[in-house]
Ligand binder design. Structure first.
Ligand code: PMP
Length: 441
């Protein structure tokens, strides 16, 4: 039954789609952390819409909020005219922002996707500074529209698009496990910051002053790579000194995922621009950019679009944000994430194919490597995508959906709903451990 459906879809749908290739599933129903396929098999969903489903599938407060919009006959589409639902949503959002940021911040509704908000952020800083170029990082992922893709630090999706690669300089992102400078730790952080300082301040550097610098506090698609706090603070200090707007892409890390409401809070910094999507719409499509009021220099009409600020998404989003705060889901993510990382590290000591375990909160990555290659210091890339896909397939067979990421697709990513409990997360770990054992032996 599943195969017939997948084949029918493959016949009509573009080759460019990707998820159904690695996860050959046809889903019928979902509840909480579980999804059920058309054959009645139940899976734990640790992909959760690439981190979108903070409250899991069909949480009663989300379903209730959506139902209320319909029952009350609220306008389903308003362009971006004001409604009480929108007013409530903006209040809920601002209450979660750090107070010193919220005080002057402005919000711009962007559209359904994270990439929409990245595009808006890009236009905003270009307009505000009157400059044209950007700084971004190796391994970054900011979306698939052309502006956002420009900022994405991997070549594969750009190669066929002659002419996309303008005006972005890519810098090394600190990556302890395989530091691009061969350093790692504090020395790697220092080297990266010195390089950035040169780029920003050396008049002979040959690079015009950029309109902004954009980064993820934890690179998600890039392989769950958390930036060290010292590096984040250094980047904030250097961009502040040189008056370059700092854009933090919190599309995946935002709203409790990393154990704080926003990933940048770990380092105690305040960015100039924050890009938000995924969890913000409570599982419906929504994205916004929030930024310091001083940057609000674009003119009326500078950024428009028909589907910005969908009522149902804002209602679902409000319900989600309120529930998160009531339940302190960020603290739960921090606690359960630390616990899962400990379990995974223990597993690592038995299985050398687990090269690295890392992450923050409930955003965790396990990098699988070729143990022999990893043992030789010179090995530039011991990554083993074949192990990662095999582990993913073994997990799926045992009822667990996990996604892969990283430059070589060799990082298994854990992005469970934030409402997952300890017992359920133990089950996730058990299945993963069984899958690793099956692949290693
Ligand atoms: N930024 C980050 C950090 C992301 O993880 C993603 C999506 N995975 C995007 C931007 C793009 O969001 P969307 O797919 O909704 O366009």
């Amino acid at each position: 039954e599943t195969n017939a459906l997948l084949e029918r879809q493959a016949a009509r749908e573009s080759n460019a789609r990707s998820y159904p290739r690695r996860l050959p599933l046809a889903l019928k129903r979902a509840h909480g952390i579980y999804v059920e396929d058309i054959e009645g098999r139940v899976f734990i969903d640790c992909l959760s819409g690439a981190g979108t489903l903070a409250l899991g599938h069909n949480h009663p407060v989300v379903v209730g909020a959506i139902r209320q919009v319909l029952d009350d006959g609220l306008p389903l589409h308003t362009l971006d005219l004001t409604t009480p639902v929108k007013d409530r949503f903006v209040q809920d959002l601002f209450e979660m922002l750090p107070p010193d940021f919220a005080r002057s911040a402005k919000v711009q509704f962007c559209g359904p996707s994270g990439a929409d908000a990245v595009e808006a952020a890009l236009k905003l800083v270009k307009t505000a500074t009157g400059r044209g170029t950007m700084l971004a990082f190796h391994g970054a992922y900011h979306g698939m529209t052309q502006g956002a893709l420009n900022l994405t630090g991997s070549l594969a999706p750009k190669r066929p698009l002659n002419g996309v690669l303008h005006g972005v300089q890519f810098l090394p992102y600190p990556y302890d496990y395989r530091c691009p400078f061969g350093l790692g730790g504090p020395a790697g952080v220092q080297a990266g910051l010195s390089y950035l300082e040169t780029v920003l301040t050396d008049p002979e550097g040959g690079v015009p002053a950029p309109a902004g610098l954009i980064f993820e506090v934890v690179q998600g698609e890039g392989g769950v790579i958390p930036a060290p706090d010292a590096w984040v603070r250094g980047v904030r200090a250097l961009t502040a000194q040189t008056a370059v707007p700092l854009v933090v892409d919190e599309v995946q890390t935002g709203f409790g995922r990393t154990g704080r409401w926003f990933g940048f809070e770990h380092a105690g910094i305040v960015p100039d621009v924050v890009v938000l999507s995924k969890a913000i719409g409570g599982s419906l499509p929504l994205s916004v950019v929030v930024y310091r009021g001083e940057l609000d220099l674009w003119s009326p009409g500078a950024h428009a679009g028909t589907f910005r600020g969908n009522q149902m998404a804002m209602a679902a989003g409000s319900a989600t944000l309120q529930f998160m705060r009531e339940q302190a889901l960020h603290d739960q993510a921090a606690r359960l994430g630390a616990r899962l990382q400990r379990q995974l590290r223990q597993l690592q000591s038995d299985f050398p194919l687990i090269g690295d375990v890392r992450g923050r909160g409930l955003m965790i990555g396990v990098e699988l490597v070729d143990p022999q290659a990893a043992a030789t210091a010179q090995a530039r890339s011991p990554a083993m995508p074949a192990f990662a896909s095999a582990v993913q397939a073994e997990c799926l067979r045992r009822g667990l959906i996990l996604e892969l990421g990283g430059r070589h697709g060799s990082v298994v990513r854990f992005l469970p709903p934030l409402v997952i409990d300890e017992r359920q997360l133990d089950r996730v770990f058990d299945i993963f451990a069984q899958a690793v054992r099956a692949v290693a032996l």
